[in-house]
Design a protein around this ligand. Structure first.
Ligand SMILES: Cc1cc2nc3c(=O)[nH]c(=O)nc-3n(C[C@H](O)[C@H](O)[C@H](O)COP(=O)(O)OP(=O)(O)OC[C@H]3O[C@@H](n4cnc5c(N)ncnc54)[C@H](O)[C@@H]3O)c2cc1C
Length: 399
């Protein structure tokens, strides 16, 4: 049996290694990724402030996969014909019996004029290094800063993390009093995070904003970004010397260019609670590729849900388990809706942190906790070390 996994970061790496571990010689697993390195995306927020180098948070996935007997092809997947079961890549054609799509997001920089050209973005190695360079220039000409999330964004947590890390950096550089710092977000209240908030979360974030003298604008989108300003959808114009915005995510070109997959309007893939394609029973999606509908009512400015690392890893495991069951002739597949996966997240707040735990990502929840740690961000650092150790050793079965 041939399994082909497209995309090898949180979801894809887990799915590929788990498939091989479970099915052993009964499967030939091939993983295709356009990058040779695994990237621990959550630590990108530390790169602009020189707390991490890119090399600290990447792992050469070729060595790990070779040890786990998973084939690796360094190529970009261009499209798939799900009828013929063939994927076209920059390195030729690959056929499969089961296909796992774990290609993560494409960032929609065209969400509003100027976002692509004048705002910065911390979510890629190039973006994080560009911010580092811009901040070095900023020290000599400090001024107002806007940080936030645009309309339709879903990854607010990372933008909050960047905000608090930036605030801490401004103080360390002794220029904090020269900077008016603004947080702008489509959320109706602080700490909604696209999951309708957590107990005490709003109060905690309000306190942080007050403590660190950060102005905030709620329920707003971005109308336009220029080199010197950010215009909000409510008509307000904030002058800026620097801005970092989290735009919305959509599915990658590989999905867009494979209309046979029936991508949703945002090029993600609609799958069942077993992460199996609704039409093609040998096509599976894991991680950010999965289309997840916001479970809450939208206000004037729409926004989306977070598709974070823990559920990405978890859906990779579910897909591997379900393919294994199908290959063994079983029909009882593992099912877990995205919103019912536990919420496990740590929000770094600039050498402080907030630990977020809940039984379900979305409401209703039996328990939900936000635990602040104002002394240091030990847990975030520990999580990073643990995850990089896990990936380096290919221990994909671990939590
Ligand atoms: C700045 C930032 C901070 C974050 N912080 C946190 C955090 O603190 N905690 C948390 O839980 N989550 C966090 N997240 C979210 C987390 O990064 C995602 O949940 C996770 O990366 C999703 O994993 P994935 O495997 O689905 O996709 P990705 O990690 O995006 O991986 C997709 C892979 O597919 C490959 N690929 C894409 N297209 C193709 C193609 N056509 N051909 C070949 N390969 C392709 C890419 O190279 C990549 O390796 C953060 C996100 C950002 C942007």
């Amino acid at each position: 049996m041939k399994a082909l996994v497209i995309g090898g970061n949180f979801a894809g790496m887990t799915a590929a290694i788990e498939l091989k571990r479970k099915l052993k010689d009964a499967v030939e697993v091939t993983l295709i990724d356009r990058n040779s390195d695994f990237l621990f995306v959550p630590s990108l927020i530390w790169v602009p402030f020189k707390r991490r180098e890119i090399t600290d948070i990447t792992v050469d996935r070729r060595k790990v996969l070779a040890e786990k007997k998973v084939n690796f092809v360094l190529a970009e997947a261009l499209s798939v014909d799900p009828e013929k079961q063939v994927v076209t890549t920059t390195k030729g054609l690959f056929n499969y019996d089961h296909l796992v799509i774990a290609t993560g997001p494409k960032v929609d920089f065209d969400v509003a004029p100027g976002v692509r050209d004048y705002a910065t973005y911390v979510g890629t190695p190039t973006g994080a290094m560009n911010i580092r360079k811009k901040l070095e220039e900023f020290i000599t000409h400090p001024g107002p800063i806007v940080v936030g999330a645009t309309q339709r964004a879903g990854c607010m947590g990372a933008a909050y993390e960047f905000l608090f890390n930036l605030e801490e950096w401004l103080r360390a550089k002794k220029i904090r009093e020269k900077v008016d710092l603004y947080w702008v977000t489509p959320e109706p209240f602080l700490g909604h995070f696209g999951i309708e908030g957590m107990p005490l979360g709003e109060a905690m974030l309000k306190k942080f904003m007050q403590l660190f003298n950060i102005h905030y604008k709620l329920g707003v989108g971005i109308k336009e970004v220029t080199p010197y300003s950010v215009e909000l959808t409510n008509g307000e114009v904030i002058e800026t010397r620097f801005s970092m915005l989290m735009p919305p995510f959509k599915g990658v070109d590989f999905i867009h260019n494979s209309p046979g997959l029936h991508p949703t309007g945002n090029d993600f893939l609609e799958v069942g609670e077993d992460y199996r394609h609704l039409q093609y029973k040998n096509v599976w999606a894991a991680g950010l590729t999965v289309d997840v509908k916001p479970p809450f009512q939208q206000g004037n400015v729409p926004f989306s849900v977070p598709k974070t690392g823990y559920p990405s890893d978890e859906t990779g495991k579910i897909v591997a388990e379900n393919i294994t069951r199908v290959v063994k002739g079983r029909t009882d597949l593992r099912r877990k809706a995205w919103g019912k996966i536990p919420g496990v997240c740590i929000m770094d707040a600039g050498k402080k942190e907030v630990i977020i735990l809940s039984d379900h990502l979305f409401k209703p929840r039996k328990f939900a906790l936000m635990i602040p740690n104002i002394f240091y961000d030990f847990s975030k650092v520990l999580l990073e070390k643990y995850f990089l150790w896990k990936i380096k050793n290919g221990y994909a079965h671990l939590p």
